[in-house]
Design a binder for this molecule. Structure first.
Ligand SMILES: CC(C)(COP(=O)(O)OP(=O)(O)OC[C@H]1O[C@@H](n2cnc3c(N)ncnc32)[C@H](O)[C@@H]1OP(=O)(O)O)[C@@H](O)C(=O)NCCC(=O)NCCS
Length: 142
């Protein structure tokens, strides 16, 4: 049986470990500063980061929150050496429970087109692909 995962809210001392995890899972991009993403998320009441810990080490994460209509998942990550042990599923379930506790009726997420392999994971969790096109515009002048 794989070691248990202790899922809890992010704390300030987790910052470096969480960013290292996101880098190991290839989730960081030059246009998204992880420090600012963490600070912004954790400063608002409608969003949070949950971390998964094993023996005091951060091995999983998920950012979640809602916009008053839908819930969203971001930065879902499981340390590469322990993937396929059920921890990704556990992190998504924890984020869903966080959203459900706040009355959010539907959860959504975006998958980058090059991340083909993650589709099977979301399929296994009962997520369905919705044919939508996403438009965006930066509001921060970057
Ligand atoms: C996506 C990710 C979080 C999945 O975590 P994980 O711990 O490996 O997933 P789990 O072990 O909980 O898998 C849950 C189910 O998905 C399936 N699954 C997971 N990865 C899969 C893959 N690459 N191909 C096929 N099925 C997969 C598992 O077989 C399992 O199905 P089962 O319960 O019916 O056996 C992990 O692969 C990861 O961190 N990837 C890099 C970062 C990333 O892409 N994040 C998502 C951005 S949208």
């Amino acid at each position: 049986m794989p070691p248990k995962l202790n899922i809890r809210p992010f704390q300030a001392a987790d910052r470096a470990a969480v960013i290292a995890l996101w880098q190991a899972c290839d989730l960081t991009r030059p246009w998204n500063d992880p420090d600012s993403d963490i600070a912004f998320c954790m400063s608002k009441p409608d969003s949070t980061i949950l971390v998964g810990e094993q023996d005091g080490k951060i091995v999983a994460s998920v950012m979640t929150g809602h916009d008053g209509h839908r819930g969203w998942l971001y930065y879902l990550a499981v340390e590469p050496s322990i993937q396929k042990s059920g921890f990704g599923r556990a992190m998504v379930a924890a984020a869903e429970a966080w959203l459900q506790a706040r009355g959010v009726p539907k959860v959504m997420l975006m998958v980058r087109p090059e991340n083909e392999r993650v589709r099977a994971f979301y399929d296994a969790l009962g997520y369905t692909e919705e044919p939508r096109v996403i438009f965006s515009r930066r509001l921060d002048g970057k």
